[in-house]
Design a protein around this ligand. Structure first.
Ligand code: IMP
Ligand code: MG
Length: 175
């Protein structure tokens, strides 16, 4: 059994996503911008962020698989669905749901760098710091979180809870 506790309401998420979109729009005005969403977790965040951006941009997606099960990412990551956009010379914004250990976003950044974009920025809805294994400098962060497993607004636990409009912390263990 999981017990859920409200962490970020849909109103506060909406407010924050609009602020991020405003900042990104100012920073990258006049540039050739490609949003690269990391499936599946970032699909709702990207959809909202993209609709609040005030600058032209294109959208693409990548899907990554990490070996090892449960809620801790391992170091072995592969691309199971690549982007289809030529990002050479462009400003790439990686859109992530959450950065935890940092392995996923570090791997993705290295793979994208090989394709010679002009810049790569990282925009994550949640920056969860406690289990960080690799230093990651996210350029745009919605919420900073110390610890806890969160679900909703795209984030899942075992494929459940992705479509909840708010974000909750799950407490496991008590039957
Ligand atoms: P990292 O490689 O450890 O940074 O892991 C990032 C990925 O792990 C995220 O994109 C999520 O898919 C997953 N993840 C890490 N923490 C959570 C969480 O609290 N809720 C849901 N998914 C999470
Ligand atoms: Mg993810």
């Amino acid at each position: 059994m999981e017990e859920k506790k409200l962490l970020y309401s849909k109103e506060s998420i909406d407010r924050r996503v609009k602020e991020l979109a405003g900042t990104i729009s100012r920073d990258l005005e006049g540039k050739d911008v490609v949003l690269v969403g990391v499936l599946k977790g970032a699909f709702i965040f990207l959809a909202d962020l993209a609709r609040h951006l005030e600058i032209p941009h294109t959208v693409d997606f990548v899907r990554l698989a990490s070996y090892g099960s449960g809620s801790v990412s391992s170091e072995k990551i592969t691309i199971t669905k690549d982007i289809e956009t030529d990002i050479e010379g462009k400003e790439v914004i990686v859109v992530e749901d959450i950065i935890d250990t940092g392995y996923t976003v570090t791997f993705l950044r290295e793979r994208l760098e090989e394709r010679a974009p002009h810049s790569i920025k990282v925009c994550t809805l949640i920056d969860k710091k406690q289990r960080r294994k690799i230093a990651v400098n996210a350029d745009y962060v919605g919420f900073a979180l110390d610890e806890g497993f969160v679900v909703g607004y795209g984030l899942d636990f075992d494929e459940k809870f992705r479509c909840l409009p708010d974000i909750y912390v799950i407490k496991e263990g008590e039957p």
